[in-house]
Design a protein around this ligand. Structure first.
Ligand SMILES: [Zn+2]
Length: 259
């Protein structure tokens, strides 16, 4: 599932392809906006906010997309055919480039003035220019009885963490995922580490938290259930965390992250 760093990269690709150029084609393949046509309008820019992408277009319009579970943006030269089999939800094209939204979990078209309705609830964006660790900690502290594992995934507290960064950050801080947020000693250190991990990965595909980019060595616990901990040798545990239908995968080392 794409996390904040992947969304950040998608935003950068869209800016490079679309910013300042006039759309020669728009194709919304979602029922709600099937008749929308942005042809002739210039794209101003694309912002990433947590896991949301906001593509601003002339005339107070914003295309709001979300990658959800398996969405991605493909950018190819205009005129070239996209690979067959892609489930295309949206195409935005200019004379040079076409940006093809594949399997997007959300496609919406709103007034730019109304963006706050979409993303105003989000906590500080870990990769945003306005990242504010103190505000993130303040929001986390507001619900001290919540497990830290669930609190870190709640985009209202801080925006950009998914299951991979949650597991890796908690491992690196030695925190059992079910510890209550109010009982975590150093929330500042925790959110700062999460931010550094995302920032370190924003420029390339894949998630490397160990500093070792070889495919089998990239993470401490994520994707390593049942295998020995790289630090202490304990077998990595795996469980679903949260209440249905929101439960999500958590991995941890019972040796390094004791109750
Ligand atoms: Zn361990």
């Amino acid at each position: 599932m794409p996390e904040g760093d992947a969304v950040y990269r998608a935003g950068a690709r869209l800016r490079a392809a679309l910013d300042g150029r006039v759309l020669t084609r728009s194709d919304f393949r979602v029922p709600r906006h099937a008749t929308a046509d942005l042809t002739g309008r210039a794209v101003l820019t694309t912002l990433s906010r947590g896991k949301h992408l906001l593509t601003r277009v002339e005339g107070n319009l914003t295309v709001h997309t979300h990658l959800r579970m398996e969405g991605r943006w493909r950018v190819i030269p205009t005129g070239r055919r996209p690979p067959p089999g892609d489930l295309v939800r949206l195409i935005l094209a200019n004379e040079q480039w076409q940006a093809i939204g594949v399997r997007l979990g959300m496609v919406d078209l709103v007034r730019t003035d109304d963006e706050a309705r979409l993303v105003g609830h989000l906590g500080p964006d870990l990769l945003g220019p306005d990242w504010d660790p103190e505000e993130a900690v303040r929001r986390l502290r507001a619900a001290p009885d919540r497990t830290i594992g669930e609190a870190l995934l709640d985009q209202r507290n801080l925006a950009g963490i998914g299951t991979v960064y949650r597991a890796e950050t908690l491992f690196l801080r030695g925190i059992w995922p079910w510890r209550k947020t109010g009982e975590v000693d150093d929330l500042e250190g925790l959110v700062s580490l999460a931010q550094r991990l995302l920032a370190a990965n924003k420029g390339h595909a894949g998630t490397v938290t160990t500093g070792d980019r070889r495919p089998a060595n990239q993470t401490w616990v994520y994707g390593r259930a049942g295998r020995p901990c790289r630090r202490c040798g304990t077998r990595i545990s795996r469980a679903e965390m949260g209440t249905q239908p929101q439960e999500r995968l958590i991995l941890w080392c019972a040796g390094c992250q004791p109750r």
